[in-house]
Design a protein around this ligand. Structure first.
Ligand SMILES: Nc1ncnc2c1ncn2[C@@H]1O[C@H](COP(=O)(O)OP(=O)(O)O)[C@@H](O)[C@H]1O
Ligand SMILES: [Mg+2]
Length: 547
């Protein structure tokens, strides 16, 4: 991890070194001019010149390989060597310049890497030690002339003191510098990371606001729109740019004026108020909306989140309608029940009268009409009650084939259409299902009766019972009632199961409704297929259950 851009680091070092060398040269010359220096001035100036020469070389190298970290390192270690030379030239053990090592150690930690400062410190300590050692043993001559005899003991302890002082100072500075530079980097990294996560958070926030299913509008304190999300644009049928600046009162009808709404929110316990209003749209339409209004922070305005209530209103209306119908149905059932008794009484009385009065011709015919029509009325009411007050299911294992045969036998004896042939296909095995036999009998009877009525000129009635191989779901029994009668037109097909839908002059339109209800109560399904002029097929699918 490079601490700073290598190119900038290399050039910065060159400039700083040049400045430092200039200051050094200046002060040495000034001190020389002012009085006597403890060391000769020329070698120091030569070293300064050499420093400039090296710097020029570094500059060329920095141009050639911009951003090189290696060059920065070479410069720092080169500086340590230059500093050692300066210490030698300015008096060896008497020089004040070991201080300059600290500058290089600091630079290494800041410009290259915190750990580098220890390496530079080690190099500096070794070179310094080597210099003093060499001077002590006279491997290299002292630059400052010696006056008087050498005091070996004093020189040795001075060298040891200086070396250990330099060791302490260098390593303490290296430690502090690496620690501080490390912290600095950490803080930089944290700042960058939190900047990145802040940006990500902002994107997420914007995403959420834009994609919520509710419309969001914010208003300033004057009640003008300040921001809009996508749903709000869709519901208002206007683009955000167009909506901004529109006033609360121009947008909403049936809501309290903005000032009143503001006061209501202020008074509300949770500082949130609900309103219902009509959202006015540019095409002249309005949709009902339910909105929740609360304050933005620091009193900058209000935020209003709202939903389209059109579908809910429609549903409410449907439920109200269905409720009314259900109540009406209950009333009709009660009424029908009440009508049965007087009809029974009328029929009974007329029957008695017919016996006792022995009316002739017209009178007898009239009495017959009364009897026949009261029978019909009673049958209608009976059917209606069966439909509206279905008896509870009593399921028992029932042989569906036998049940169908029973119905067909009844039909053969009862029917006034002898030209209808009756067929019983698919009757090899006994198929049992958990059904209510009396209700199932009713359903089959209604289907067969319709089939016979659809074949006034004769035809064939087929009633089949099968147990098809289960296709994934639980096993079912299939009862098919098929005729070759007049069929049902495509337009009528969706209506045949509706109560009171009939195409017959004397029909009630309740037969198939009852079948439908019974099959549904059994958890089954009824399907119808028909070709006008060719015939119809009703298929009952009944779950077999545990038999
Ligand atoms: N097998 C069938 N063939 C042709 N039309 C039928 C058949 N079954 C029912 N329909 C049509 O469905 C209508 C409703 O039947 P249903 O509910 O039994 O009432 P209804 O028999 O009293 O008319 C009938 O009027 C008739 O138009
Ligand atoms: Mg019928």
């Amino acid at each position: 991890m490079p601490a700073v851009d290598g190119g900038a680091g290399a050039r910065g070092l060159i400039v700083a070194r040049a400045g430092l060398a200039a200051v050094l040269a200046g002060s040495v010359v000034a001190a020389y001019a002012a009085g006597r220096l403890p060391f000769p001035v020329q070698p120091v100036l030569a070293l300064v010149a050499a420093t400039y020469g090296l710097s020029a070389l570094y500059l060329v190298l920095a141009r050639r390989a911009p951003g090189s970290r290696r060059l920065v390192e070479v410069q720092i270690y080169g500086d340590v060597v230059l500093e050692t030379a300066l210490i030698y030239l300015t008096g060896g053990p008497h020089s004040v310049f070991p201080l300059l090592y600290l500058v290089s150690i600091l630079t290494a930690s800041i410009v290259v890497a915190p750990a580098q400062s220890f390496r530079v410190a080690t190099t500096a300590v070794l070179l310094h030690g080597l210099l003093l050692w060499a001077q002590f043993y006279r491997w290299i001559p002292p630059i400052v002339g010696e006056a008087g005899p050498r005091n070996l003991g004093m020189e040795g302890s001075l060298a040891i003191l200086l070396i250990s002082g330099n060791v302490c100072a260098s390593f303490i500075v290296a430690y502090l510098a690496s620690h501080l530079a490390g912290r600095l980097r950490q803080v930089h990294g944290e700042a960058r990371r939190s900047e990145a996560s802040l940006a990500a958070l902002q994107v997420l926030h914007e995403d959420i606001v834009q994609s919520v299913a509710s419309g969001l509008l914010t208003f300033d304190r004057q009640g003008r729109v300040t921001s809009v999300n996508r749903t709000a644009e869709t519901l208002c049928l206007r683009a955000a740019a167009d909506l901004r600046g529109t006033t609360w009162d121009a947008l909403l009808a049936g809501a309290p004026p903005f000032a009143t709404a503001w006061a209501t929110v202020e008074r509300a316990s949770a500082r949130r108020a609900r309103f219902e209003a009509d959202l006015l749209r540019p095409d002249g339409t309005a949709i009902p909306i339910g909105m929740s209004v609360s304050f933005l922070r620091r009193g900058r305005g209000v935020i209003c989140s709202f939903q389209d209530l059109t579908e809910i209103r429609r549903m409410e209306q449907r439920v109200r309608h269905a409720d009314r119908l259900a109540a009406l149905g209950r009333m009709a059932a009660g009424l029908a029940h009440e009508i049965r008794n007087p009809i029974g009484a009328i029929r009974g009385s007329v029957e008695v009268l017919r016996e006792s009065l022995e009316p002739r011709d017209d009178d007898r015919r009239l009495m017959d009409i009364v009897l026949r029509e009261s029978d019909r009325l009673d049958a209608i009411i009976h059917e209606f009650l069966q439909f509206s007050r279905p008896p509870r299911l009593v399921r028992v294992p029932t042989d569906l084939g036998a049940l169908a045969d029973e119905i067909l036998l009844m039909l053969e004896h009862q029917q006034g259409a002898p030209r209808v042939r009756i067929a019983r296909p698919d009757r090899e095995a006994t198929i049992k299902a958990q059904v209510d036999p009396s209700q199932m009998r009713q359903a089959l009877w209604n289907l067969c009766l319709n089939a016979v009525q659809a074949m006034p000129d004769g035809g064939e009635l087929r009633v089949g019972v099968r147990a098809p191989a289960p296709a994934g779901g639980p096993p079912v029994a299939e009862v098919v009632v098929e005729d070759t009668g007049i069929g049902i037109g495509e337009a009528a097909l969706p209506h045949v199961f509706e109560p009171f839908y009939t195409t017959k002059t004397r029909g009630t339109g309740l037969g198939l409704s009852i079948v439908h209800r019974i099959v549904e109560d059994h958890g089954g399904e009824i399907r119808v297929e028909s070709q006008p002029g060719a015939g119809s097929r009703f298929t009952l699918l009944l779950p077999i259950g545990e038999v």
